[in-house]
Design a protein around this ligand. Structure first.
Ligand code: PRP
Ligand code: MG
Ligand code: MN
Length: 174
């Protein structure tokens, strides 16, 4: 139970861990001759990003940036700007880390802001992808789990700021 809502386990800690390792293995393979600048998107990706980068064997830099759009269980569509970008992205291979891509608005905002900065490449790794993003063909190269419309929580994902600090992922228990 988080605030007024009941949740039940949706993806176990072990399934999450195995998926993170599988995603990292693909990144290690694809970036073996590259030195990516990894940009995890706060706040939601903080746990996924920290677990993922521990599995990377390539040289890389990690720099957190932030953009926020949710209030409650619905995406408000109102986006703040990207903040915290301190490194030059010029000539860099950028790897964005997201916990979830839902409507894709957050990602679109980020990709718009990166355009024109002279990056060598920009790819996205997302642990979860919801149906709207999948249907809109939002370009996420590395996807952990494709999920439906359930509201998910845990492993970085929040409900009004609560419930991020778990090893497993939960869904609403209706
Ligand atoms: C969540 C999530 C993604 C975004 C996805 O972040 O972490 O960044 O929403 O939704 P979208 O594809 O519909 O834009 P949120 O804005 O809730 O901020 P948070 O990461 O701080 O929880
Ligand atoms: Mg987020
Ligand atoms: Mn959130």
């Amino acid at each position: 139970k988080v605030k007024d809502l009941e949740f039940r386990e949706f993806i176990s800690a072990q399934a999450v861990e195995e998926k993170v390792k599988a995603l990292a293995a693909k990144v290690n393979e694809d970036y073996q001759d590259k030195t990516p600048l990894i940009l995890p998107i706060l706040n939601g990706s903080f746990i996924f990003a920290s677990d993922l980068v521990k599995e990377l064997s390539i040289p890389c830099r990690v720099s957190f940036v932030k953009v926020s759009s949710y209030s409650g269980t619905q995406s408000t569509g109102q986006l703040k700007t990207l903040i915290g970008l301190e490194e030059s992205l010029f000539n860099q291979h950028i790897l964005i880390i997201e916990d979830i891509v839902d409507t894709g608005l957050t990602l679109k905002k980020i990709l718009d802001e990166l355009r024109g900065l002279g990056t060598k490449s920009v790819e996205v790794v997302a642990l979860l992808r919801k149906t709207p993003a999948r249907e809109k063909n939002i370009d996420v190269k590395y996807v952990g789990f494709d999920i439906d419309e359930e509201f998910v929580l845990g492993y970085g994902l929040d409900y009004d700021g609560f419930g991020r600090n778990t090893k497993q992922i939960y869904q609403l228990d209706n």
